[in-house]
Design a protein. Sequence first.
Length: 142
Amino acid sequence: MLDQLEIVLGQMRALKQGGLTTGHNDANLDIVERQLATYKSELAEVRAARKGIAFGDLLGMLGGAANNVFDEFRKDFAGQDRKTRDLDKLSAMCDELGDVRRQMLDVGRAEQSASNDSNIDIVSSQLANFEQEYEQIVLAQK
């Protein structure tokens, strides 16, 4: 996300340097600059907080987060009538599980762990299942 904001910011600055004189670009340029600064600050805080967490604890937290999403799916979607299911809720669950997967992959790049590799496989498989269920719900609700 930071990389994309940097690209957008560069393009907006290029427009201004190229002679674009609308107030909208200037206002949006200011918004993007502030958001980029905020996100960079938050990322630094997250990285600092992660440094204080033991590797095993981090793996446990990520596994627990994935299990929470699995439990929520079982409660709200498994065995339920697809015509009555909430697509927005399932979409949010897919996003959350995708985020957990990305964090597991990041952790795996930092330190090799057979447990983490196994969890990545499980989360990836479940995410694919959730996405397939989403498509089935869309079809059922048509």
